[in-house]
Design a protein around this ligand. Structure first.
Ligand code: NAP
Length: 482
């Protein structure tokens, strides 16, 4: 039994059009740290998805007609309820996902930031008037909601990935049907209940836990009432949705995988760079899309950086997310552990040096030792693939041109990081990196205030900032002859 002040926030029925939906089948949600059963949740079917889309279509018409101020008031109340129940939401999140409780609480507050931000933006969906092309013409551009939106989200941020989509969608006047990751549906169900308590009308936010991801994705793509899909997850599934959505020219926002470089120049503050690297690489045990995947260190400071990084990494406390002081929790699944192990063995077989870690943790289960490799080269799998685990591979470089070419030599373009003491070099590298986001002398860049997103095969669309609501709005140009 989880220690919750509101035990009713732990829902096991789907949340379909404002009502609990028990369904015919259920599936188990377990704690990755212990394997303990948390809940048997409804296993929603594509028919349930069709029903949720129908209810959303009905509800969205009225919602779009409400004033932005009225929508803002409900979103604001939702934000306040999330903050009021942040401890319970964090407990549910750590239990189903494994991340340390303090990080889980950070995620709840981060997610709430999007709800607050878009509550404010709901009042500012300004259109435009344009100078006419003839003296009797008046030209107006309206910004109107896209309609019903489908959201498909991953397990690594079970709360924030929903908030980042639902808040701008609802603020814009859309309705949203969410298919959360099968591993972590409980955080999204709790969020939906709090939205209802905030006064959100039934049907505008449905949450459908399911093990039928592919068929639900297909229903989202095939159902003409579903006007847009916002997906966060792997590039591979993003590609499938793009292909499936082609028949109806479905609008898509895709937040996909990354392969973030972290560049340390010889004029950088090395202690700050190590600290930034720990945050960027080892947050959520390395399981974030913006996690550093490749660390490039300039020759003159390479050995000193590796020594400092290895000492800090070896000291990271590994354990259950609920244990005080834990910095690294379990990985989400045995398959995730296998991927880290494969990347370590591929690199060492091709000549990399194991500096610290490198094996399963003594705690067993899906715990893996925080690991540092040096002597890593472009031929190794870690250079091309997202590890999504606690493995820090260090490459050596000499010149700016060399490191920019290496950093950009990937199909991905989500987050990137650079540490340098030089302003001109910061600009040079910021402009030269082919990424949607660049952190300069910081390893933490995510905020609701800025447009988060990637280029190349890391996706399309942005979440956060004033730009983030554009994904949920259509432009309508009206020409009046007066
Ligand atoms: P995933 O396998 O792509 O799963 C993401 C979601 O898609 C889950 O809800 C999953 O359902 C669902 N899904 C799986 N197959 C599908 C299909 N054929 N059609 C429709 N939906 C389908 O990704 P993951 O392994 O959970 O998450 C890790 C990936 O997400 C990493 O690549 C990471 O970089 C990326 N990510 C990106 C961002 C970003 O903002 N760019 C943020 C976080 C994570 P099931 O759970 O049932 O499989």
């Amino acid at each position: 039994m989880l220690p919750l002040s509101r035990p009713d926030l732990l829902l096991s029925d789907a949340f379909l059009a404002g009502r609990p939906h028990a369904g015919a089948e259920r599936f188990a949600v377990t704690n990755p740290a212990t394997g303990a059963l948390l809940a048997e949740v409804t296993d929603c079917t594509p028919e349930d998805a069709a029903q949720a889309i129908e209810a959303a279509t009905q509800a969205q018409r009225d919602w779009a007609r409400q004033t932005g101020k009225a929508r803002a008031a409900i979103l604001r109340r939702w934000h306040d309820l999330v903050i009021a129940h942040a401890d319970d939401l964090a407990t549910i999140l750590t239990a189903e996902m494994g991340k340390p409780l303090a990080e889980a609480k950070g995620e709840i507050l981060y997610g709430a930031g999007y709800i607050e931000f878009y509550a404010e933006e709901a009042k500012r969906l300004y259109g435009e008037t344009l100078p006419g092309h003839q003296s009797d013409k008046r030209l107006i551009v309206l910004r109107q909601p896209v309609g019903v939106v489908g959201a498909i989200t991953p397990w690594n941020f079970p709360n924030a990935m929903i908030a980042r989509k639902a808040a701008p969608a609802l603020a814009a006047g859309c309705a949203i049907v969410v298919k959360p990751a099968a591993e972590t549906p409980l955080s999204s169900l709790a969020l939906a209940l709090l939205a209802q308590e905030a006064g959100l009308p039934d049907g505008l936010l449905s949450v459908l836990p399911s093990t039928w991801a592919a068929s639900i994705g297909q229903e989202f793509c095939d159902n003409p009432r579903m006007r847009k899909i916002s997906f966060t997850g792997s590039t591979n599934v993003g590609r499938i949705l793009m292909r499936q959505g082609a028949a109806q020219i479905k609008k898509l926002s895709l937040e996909l995988g990354g392969n973030a470089p972290f560049i340390v120049f010889d004029d950088a503050d090395l202690d700050a760079a190590v600290e930034g690297c720990l945050l960027s690489k080892f947050r959520n045990a390395g399981q974030t899309c913006v996690c550093t995947n490749r660390i490039y260190v300039q020759d003159a400071v390479h050995d000193a950086f590796v020594a400092k990084l290895a000492a800090a990494v070896a000291a990271l406390p590994v354990g259950d997310g609920f244990a005080p002081g834990t910095a690294i929790g379990p990985l989400i699944s045995p398959a995730a552990v296998e991927k880290v192990r494969d990347h370590v063995s591929d690199a060492t077989a091709k000549g990399a040096t194991l500096v610290t870690g490198g094996a399963a943790h003594a705690l067993g289960g899906t715990y893996f030792q925080p690991t540092v490799l040096s002597g890593v080269t472009a031929e190794m799998a870690v250079a091309r693939e997202e590890t999504f685990g606690p493995l820090a591979p260090v490459f050596r470089f000499q010149t700016v041109d060399e490191v920019l070419a290496a950093a950009n030599d990937t199909d991905f373009g989500l987050a990137s990081y650079v540490y340098t003491g030089s302003l001109s070099r910061s600009w040079q590298v910021m402009e030269g990196l082919e990424y949607g986001m660049v952190g300069v002398n910081t390893g933490l860049i995510s905020t609701e205030l800025a447009p988060f997103g990637g280029i190349k095969q890391s996706g399309t669309g942005r979440e956060g900032g004033r730009q983030g609501i554009e994904d949920y709005l259509e432009l309508k140009y009206c020409c009046l002859s007066v």
